[in-house]
Design a protein around this ligand. Structure first.
Ligand SMILES: [Zn+2]
Length: 125
């Protein structure tokens, strides 16, 4: 593993959002849609530290909840469309927003773990 000197925070976090290695910015962070690769295919960084847990899900739930549910309530308040029309528009929108944001947020949190060396701060219980 060739860990270079500290990567600037913005560069590392942006690489994570793009699904790239937070160390070099070139290798792939994911081997599947959400599955983290075992190591970087460019610099060899071991991704065993990467454990974003439920973090991305919580952010996505809050963001999509505010955007989509808020939009649904506004449309309902102003136009009073039939309930089935609201469901036909906003349920797929909820799925698209959630699925579209989950991977960038997971990459962002993993890059943040790398940048702040979160794996070294674990408590031994
Ligand atoms: Zn790398």
């Amino acid at each position: 593993m060739a860990v270079s000197p500290p990567t600037p925070a913005a560069t590392a976090l942006l690489a994570g959002v793009r699904g790239r290695c937070p160390n070099c910015g070139k290798g792939h962070l994911f081997s599947g849609f959400l599955k983290v690769a075992p190591h970087c295919d460019a610099c060899g960084l071991d991704y065993s530290f990467a454990d974003s847990g439920d973090g991305p899900t919580i952010f996505i739930m809050m963001i999509s909840g505010i955007l989509v549910v808020g939009s649904t309530l506004l449309v309902d308040a102003y136009y009073e469309p039939p309930l089935l029309l609201l469901a036909a528009i906003f349920l797929p929108l909820m799925a698209v927003v959630s699925i579209g944001l989950i991977r960038p947020f997971k990459g962002l949190l993993i890059a943040s773990q790398f940048r702040h060396k979160a794996e070294q701060g674990r408590l031994e219980l």
